[in-house]
Design a protein. Structure first.
Length: 390
């Protein structure tokens, strides 16, 4: 039986946020460029929470991914290894006019399979972007070991995995740079916003060059980006960070209800592991394996839709990254850049068989909700399962 929570996983913006926002407005400094103190304070406290030496605030996680790649000097003619389930890393690679190279996932964890990385490395490879799927840490120690063996920068996409320890260290504190999202659906929500973390002083300085103003005294000495966070965003972030550990504990309680709902079901496989990985549950996820037991996937999807869930869905994007229109139809300049002519951009069917099979069968639950709602939705899921097993 799931332990009882205290409503900790319900999204709220309350008195603490209002108080800090009032302080920002009263200061008259809505930007750290004007001397605001909230962005630096959030950076300091976030680094302490993750366990890194440095944290650099950004306007969103995509900006952090982009600048992380620029810090690796990724550009035209280069390749970056990414996973095949979450497309955001690949998009950041295309921002840099480089080529994404996709490796298959572990079918249980949905994270990049380290066993597939080395065969994807070429003389053009500059970096690896490893996503921690749905809040579950990847085997990031193995990924970092492989990356550093080949002198590659390792970037962790921690958009979904804030305060998710692996072997005692949080995600974002393993690779060279960690990238976090504070978008409205995430565990720490500021509406929009993000953060890059690192233990490398040189990388921190490079990240900061693009998280402030793109010019110095209105003079453009080089090409920089203005991906800075506002003071108001940082104020909300500070308030959210204070109660983030309790919030994630609430998510874990909600997840237990869904664990119990499928506990006796042989044809739904939980997204868990590797050993010593602690899930922070951006989403509760599992894989439908009903075909192996005579249960049709369309029947399952129809039953889920008929049950009228508020938070349960099947199939995610229904396709691996290389089947998205952007990549399949070569809509980015990277695919036509003469400097990339040596890269293989064919992305054939069967390139990542696990991703192709698993993604359309992915069962996802949005568990940032009240405990009462989670319990009710889990009971409905259990009923759907029992009906299909009759």
């Amino acid at each position: 039986m799931a332990k009882q929570g205290l409503g900790m996983s319900v999204r709220t913006y309350g008195e603490r946020e209002q108080k800090l926002l009032q302080q920002v407005l009263a200061s008259g400094k809505l930007s750290s460029l004007a001397g605001g103190k909230f962005v630096p304070e959030l950076e300091k406290k976030f680094a302490e929470a993750i366990g890194t030496k440095y944290a650099v605030a950004m306007n969103c996680c995509m900006s952090a991914l982009h600048i992380a790649l620029l810090s690796a000097e990724v550009g035209a003619g280069d390749e970056v290894i990414t996973d095949s389930e979450f497309v955001f890393g690949a998009q950041a690679v295309l921002y840099c006019n480089a080529i994404p190279v996709f490796v298959d996932i572990n079918p249980v964890t949905h994270n990049m399979n380290p066993n597939n990385i080395e065969k994807a490395i070429t003389k053009r490879t500059k970096a690896i972007i490893a996503t921690h799927a749905w809040g579950l840490p990847a085997e990031i120690d193995r990924i970092v070991e492989i990356g550093h063996k080949h002198n590659l920068l390792v970037i962790e996409d921690c958009a979904e995995s804030i305060l998710a320890p692996y072997k005692g260290r949080n995600t974002g504190n393993w690779g060279d740079i960690g990238c976090f999202s504070f978008q409205s659906s995430k565990q720490l929500s500021t509406g929009d916003g993000g953060m890059a973390t690192t233990n490398d002083e040189k990388l921190a300085k490079m990240l900061r060059q693009d998280s402030g103003a793109p010019t110095s005294g209105s003079i453009a000495y080089n090409l920089r980006y203005g991906y800075r966070m506002t003071e108001t965003t940082a104020a909300v972030g500070l308030a959210q960070l204070e109660r983030l550990p309790d919030f994630i504990e609430g998510l874990k309680i909600n997840a237990e209800y869904f664990d119990e709902a499928v506990a006796e079901c042989k044809w739904i496989e939980l997204q868990r592991g590797p050993d010593e990985a602690e899930h922070s549950f951006y989403k509760w996820a599992a894989t439908f394996k009903g075909e192996e037991y005579g249960i049709d996937r369309e029947d399952f999807k129809n039953a889920i839709e008929k049950a009228d869930f508020s938070s349960v869905s099947v199939g995610y994007t229904h396709m691996p990254n290389y089947k998205h229109s952007l990549i399949k139809e070569h809509l980015a300049y990277s695919f036509h850049c003469p400097n990339n002519k040596e890269s293989d951009i064919s992305y054939p069917e069967g390139l990542c068989p696990n991703a192709e099979h698993v993604i359309p069968r992915l069962l996802i639950v949005r568990i940032i909700q009240s405990e009462e709602t989670a319990k009710r939705e889990a009971e409905k899921l259990n009923k759907v399962i029992m009906e299909l097993e009759k």
